[in-house]
Ligand binder design. Structure first.
Ligand SMILES: [Zn+2]
Length: 265
């Protein structure tokens, strides 16, 4: 439908989460939820999208506008606080732990693919093909990794990243990624001269959100207290945003988080 030809079509602001968007129908005022995978059909940020009201007695078409453009890990952190405010502490912990995992993957893509590619003297030669090939290789080397393996890789790459000055260096680094990453020693982080980086990496090193998540999802099905949840998710929030800013991989620099899932299945 051509939007310009339908002047009567109203629009509504999007209330976004990582998984869904919600909007109030401007005709009947029903609150509608649209799932990004099933109802919208893609995971990209929505600038303007025509939907139909889900109220059977209304069914009016309208345009939803104003999605968040944050990368996935930031959206999950925002979701986590929404769950917290609703006292859904289990969901808050799950979202914050998953945010960490997405953030680790995002960091690896930037530091092992995009930055070495930009630093390479042959920057323009076959850029897309090189990125695609090596992104696949990186996925292959990391797809079975859970939280702890991804944390180890994140810390390892955060310490080694200065050495990845070309595509060739990054390619051999990716090829050499161990199936079972070994633990980075605390002492290695403590020798960093950059005090801000040292503190941030130690925060990741000591983050306990994964242990809390495990207690929530395993057979004990722990219902965490308000205090425990608040502490865990505010640590995750502060640490992830601060590291994103420190390494310059926030959404304005690298909005690449959805690159592997650009279209819904
Ligand atoms: Zn309606």
């Amino acid at each position: 439908m051509d939007i310009a030809m339908n002047r009567d079509i109203k629009s509504a602001d999007i209330d976004p989460t990582y998984e869904n968007i919600a909007a109030t129908c401007p005709s009947c005022m029903q609150r509608n939820v649209y799932n990004r995978a099933s109802d919208i059909g893609h995971f990209r940020a929505i600038s303007n999208h025509r939907v139909v009201c889900l109220n059977n007695e209304c069914g009016a078409p309208f345009d939803v506008v104003g999605d968040l453009i944050n990368p996935g890990h930031e959206m999950l952190l925002l979701d986590s606080w929404s769950f917290f405010r609703e006292k859904r502490y289990i969901q808050a912990v799950l979202s914050a732990a998953t945010a960490y995992e997405l953030f680790f993957a995002h960091f690896l893509r930037v530091e092992l693919l995009f930055r070495p590619n930009q630093r390479d003297p042959d920057f323009f030669a076959d850029e897309i093909r090189w990125l695609n090939d090596h992104a696949q290789l990186l996925v292959k080397r990391t797809q079975r990794h859970g939280f702890e393996d991804m944390r180890r890789l994140f810390l390892r790459v955060a310490l080694d990243r200065h050495s990845l000055t070309s595509r060739a260096a990054a390619a051999s680094y990716i090829a050499g990624l161990p199936k079972k990453p070994s633990a980075v020693k605390r002492g290695e982080i403590e020798t960093l001269a950059n005090l801000e980086r040292r503190k941030l990496l130690l925060d990741v090193f000591g983050a306990e959100i994964a242990q809390l998540r495990n207690k929530v999802v395993h057979k004990d099905a722990l219902r965490p207290s308000r205090e425990k949840t608040e502490q865990a998710i505010s640590n995750a929030y502060k640490t992830i945003f601060a590291i994103g800013a420190h390494f310059g991989i926030g959404d304005t620099d690298y909005h690449l988080n959805e690159s592997r899932e650009d279209a819904a299945p």
